[in-house]
Design a binder for this molecule. Sequence first.
Ligand code: THU
Length: 160
Amino acid sequence: MRKIERLSEFTVYNSIDELPSNINALMKKAIEARKNSYAPYSRFSVGAAVLMENGEVVTGSNQENASYPSGLCAERTAIYSAGSQFPGIALKTIAIVAGSKNKKTKKPIPPCGACRQAISEYELKQDSPISIFFMGEVGEVVQSDSLANLLPLLFDPSEL
Ligand code: THU
């Protein structure tokens, strides 16, 4: 028997104003994208903006459905759109902003498990890390330099 330890490191910015200017601009695109969220059921809207290696930015927002599981998160809407529009181009950075219509969301909202799994596929496929920045409507922004930080012991597709 042995124990293993996985250490994840994150950078925390006090607010969007403290971000490097290119990331600040990307987060502002996520904030814009969030306005297109369709979330009548959860009243929780999320926006995501993906910066590609070629400089293109692809955005997405969560899209819900009366048949609840048919809806899709903002992050997957954005990365699948990026993969569809720019096949073979690496994803460099994803900015995510989320908040509830019921209350002001002040803490950073990390991507859900299913989105982490979906992002990990792209990170493995392109063999380079994807930086992820996430925040609530206001307040701190958290940076992860790789999806692997957010999903330790991830599923290894090379074993298929
Ligand atoms: N949602 C996202 O868009 N991204 C996440 O990572 C977590 C949850 C959406 C899905 C659903 O429309 C709403 O937020 C509430 O779960």
